[in-house]
Design a protein around this ligand. Sequence first.
Ligand code: GLU
Length: 490
Amino acid sequence: MTVRVRIAPSPTGSVHLGLCRTALFNWAFARGRGGQFLLRIEDTDTERNTQESLDAILEGLAWLGLDWDEGPDRGGPHEPYFQSQRRASYDAVLEQLFEQGLVYRDFSTPEQQEAWRAEQEARKQRLAYRGDDRDLAPEESARRADAGEPFAVRFRIPDGSTAFTDLIRGEVSIPHDEVDDWVLVRRGGGMPTYNFTVVCDDLAMGITHVFRGEEHLVNTPKQLLLYAALGAETPAFGHLPLLLGKDRRKLSKRSGDTSLGDYRANGYPREAIQNFLALQGWALDGETEVFSLQQLVEAFEPGAVSKAGAVFDPDKFRWLAGEYLRQEEPAALAEHCLPFVADAGLATEEAVRERWDWFVRACGAVQERLTLYADAADWLRPYFVGASELELDPKALKGARKHADRLSHLAAFAAWLEARPEEPAAERAAAAKEWLGEQGIKIGALFQPLRCALTGQPGGPDLFEIIDLLGREEALGRIRGAASGPLAED
Ligand code: GLU
């Protein structure tokens, strides 16, 4: 049997991390088993669907590296991959269900429904809904429908219970007296409901395994009963644990950013996002936290997914981001930092590309300091702005001002630097140390004020690397300018 899995997002908002995690586990399951991963769009909520959201899903999942074998943009043997275009297939199944007496028309009015609900509440009970029209003679039901009376179509839940083996949660059994006669088509017609269409589509597309969020566990018995009614083989189900915020409530905006777009915009490396999502309910070996997509594919087993909710830890996410970012080759790092540098208004992308080698070197020089690509804008700022626009970090300034002889040291160093030939940073550094020894100047007494004069930052690259990146003339200007700036004050 070829594994066929899918995700079925609705294009109604931003690309939530929960969707990304579901996609990742489905994708990994398929890729690890020579199977196929499908993308189907549940665009039945015409009021809330947007093209923007659809584009974000397609672009976002592709960016995340979760390629699909069949889908709305690339077609496949089971087109169309938009639910809104599959209406005829749902109608055909519905007709079959009517013929077999497995569904019925419920003519009750919204007021009657409301009254039933109120009565349940008053009695503090929650009986499963069974429509009064459940046992109407088929001819009578058809006659009233033909006469134009509005109705909903409901599934006739049989007595008994439904049991299945969830690939993650193990044995699950749900007594039918907890399951409503659920609605396949709402009163007044229109597009059929999720529980109905999802089964039609999963069947038509030969889906073998369904991994989806735990919030769908309540839907699974309804869907299993429909499979049974249709005499169809059911896919295996696995319900992924909820993503929780630190407050142990379902992850939402309250607990911070929840959409893929937010994390991309903040400069999280793609690999860190993949890795972090994989850790939401799954672990490679209980020890290794940094692992690749390939390792996930090779090791992913649904049985090892935890049943307990996955608590989303933003600090860990940042930590992982830094781990990946600091491993990058400087050229790749520079590519990733470029948009953030441009967005911060330090230079246009074109201007940076004209000095690409320099920029790669600059990114490499600050790499150790970065956690997110976006951090590059702050750390690289001193290399793009003029001396007058340098922002002096209060800590850096305080540290520099501790040294009483700072101005004379800086002046002496400027004279020394000017007299040196152009030379590689390492040679200049070695010569400077020797010169400091001869002058009897303590390293810190020059280096702290020097760093402050050159970048205003409390830390960062090696000072001679900084001088190289700035260029000797610019560096000299900053060092000499310090005599008349905040560094000169006490
Ligand atoms: N549109 C549903 C969701 O994204 C699909 C659920 C399912 O996979 O069956 O939650």
